[in-house]
Design a protein around this ligand. Sequence first.
Ligand code: FES
Ligand code: FE2
Length: 364
Amino acid sequence: MSSSTEGRFVRNAWYVAAWSSEVGDQPLARKIIGEPLVAFRNSRGAVIILSDTCPHRFAPLHRGKVIGDQIECGYHGLRFADDGQCVFNPRPGGVLTAANRVASYPVVERDTFVWVWMGAPDRADPSTIPAFPWLTDGDTYVKTAAATMVQRLPVELIVDNLMDLSHGAYIHRDSLNAYPPDAHVSGTVTADVTQDGCEIHNLVQRDGTDFYLHTFFRDSRTVADNGTVDLWTDTRFNAPTTIYFEVGIKPPGEPRAAGEFFGSVHALTPCDADTTEYRWLVFRNYAKGDPGLTAEMEKLVGHAFVTEDEPMIGAVRDRMAGRDFWSMRPITLAGDQGAIAARRCVERLVEADRIGVPASVRPR
Ligand code: FES
Ligand SMILES: [Fe+2]
């Protein structure tokens, strides 16, 4: 790992390396927490992830090609098996030893994602991968296309942005018709942050409100006779960098299961200290026969990310100018608990990596 990423990222953690659909039998280059990786599928269809640096003269292996279960370096033709062992040296006499190998990484394919474990292989526990069951339930939900953005932003500032949805009223006021901060609305508001290991829930409910007309619910029938609904936003953070949140409405007093909601998945993968791969999609359990709404969600949310969130987060990064968050003495307000808990949790995991003890990262 380069010195600029040392101690900055959680190493003993699962990261999303790709959508499952991205990985085929051609080498795919990736960089995660500063480490160059190459991904491909072997002859059995399993996703393989190896170090992308050939140990001979350090050519990127992704410039080579996949041959069956092996990847051949494009420089001098060494071949590596899918466990990282060098198994073929084309030169006369081509002797190899067990030490001639590249690192291989534990991989799990689940819920349309390829997850890679960047830490000590013997500590890889697939049960700690956050679950996204909605993504494979095509009967209950319709979803937008699997999207990937590459943002020149540090991952922790994107997490900060997603853990404080109150920004929507300002940044996305026009684009997403988010809740206007100065509107008069009825209803009672409750906010609750709960934490289980390094899974954090930030639930905000506005019960019996006459404000429900998020643009994506405009055709909704989930409104009581008196014109009110219960509105909820529920954000789930899984350390180090995965976020899910849903926005829903339901008839007052009914359980959530009676409601309509859209969920969004934000799988953030830090390439290095400056750049993040951001995979996202939006799904919903209502108006499923309306492809126009799906297209609109995809367009508007993507637009909001790129033209509204990204420039603001970039401006924050520039203003922070590499300084430590806490050293700048940020004020902490009611409503900041979720974002602060997420940041503290990541710091705790980085410290656990440093001193070499397992930290608690429980699954949902
Ligand atoms: S650099 Fe890969 S075979 Fe020489
Ligand atoms: Fe946003």
